[in-house]
Design a protein around this ligand. Structure first.
Ligand code: ADP
Ligand code: MG
Length: 229
């Protein structure tokens, strides 16, 4: 589903090049979930953005569902972003001027993939049926993130990316959102790549890896494996 080969990315700062990803290779099978851990500044969001087609790598390969992302031109990359991946952000990123119902349908509409029956069912499963006419500012953080989860699932993409999706929530809301996210991803048969600081949340996914010094390492029983994966 997701195949990353020798991915490199550096940013140019005032003191010159800052290497962030130094040859990352990673695979995620269809229908599986992977937690990406690592210290703040280790490059987790950078990696996620590259996979989402939001930014371009310096070198290396990313394949999503057999399609090479690195090789796409700007308009093909925009089409890929619209229809093949959904991203759930820490800050929810809902559209403030749209009601919950329209936020939920937003990406699916852009991709021409709206299914009202599927949307109704999603809203129900996420406990949003009574909130569809509200605006994001009228929701709690946990409710807003449930809308963002629904928006991602409504697209029915093969790959869902989440960048610290529960980082802005208290522990009980975080657990609730995580349970819904994992259940719905599994039901949809999608793959999930999730960035998290929390070893506790990471343990709920199929596999855990750690980004450190520009490389991805295995993480088993709370210990970072020295070898590359
Ligand atoms: P993480 O998500 O693991 O906290 P990031 O991927 O956000 O890490 O950042 C990795 C490193 O790259 C950090 O040192 C950060 O300051 C730097 N960085 C991230 N985005 C940019 C950017 N657009 N321009 C320059 N440096 C950046
Ligand atoms: Mg980050």
């Amino acid at each position: 589903m997701l195949d990353i080969q020798n991915l490199k990315k550096a940013y140019t700062g005032p003191q010159g090049q800052i290497p962030v990803l130094d040859g990352v290779s990673l695979r995620l099978e269809a229908g599986h979930s992977l937690a990406l851990m690592g210290e703040s500044g280790s490059g987790k969001s950078t990696l996620l953005h590259l996979v989402a087609g939001l930014d371009q790598a310096d070198s290396g390969e990313i394949h999503v569902a057999g399609q090479s992302i690195a090789g796409l031109g700007e308009s093909a990359r925009a089409a890929f972003r619209r229809s093949e991946v959904a991203v759930i952000f820490q800050q929810f990123n809902l559209i403030p001027s749209l009601r919950v119902a329209d936020n939920l349908a937003f990406q699916a509409r852009l991709a021409g993939r709206v299914d009202d029956v599927w949307l109704d069912r999603l809203a129900q499963q996420l406990g949003l049926s009574e909130l569809l006419q509200r605006y994001p500012e009228q929701l709690s953080g946990g409710q807003q993130q449930r809308v963002a989860v629904g928006r991602a699932l409504a697209l029915r993409p093969p790959l869902i990316l989440a960048d610290e999706p529960t980082g802005n929530l208290d522990e009980s809301s975080a657990d609730e959102v995580m349970t819904l996210l994992l259940d719905l991803v599994q039901q949809a048969g999608a793959s999930l790549l999730m960035v998290t600081h929390s070893a506790r949340l990471a343990a709920r996914l199929d596999r855990q890896v750690v980004l450190k010094s520009g490389l991805v390492h295995g993480y088993i029983d709370g210990i970072i494996d020295g070898s590359d994966v």
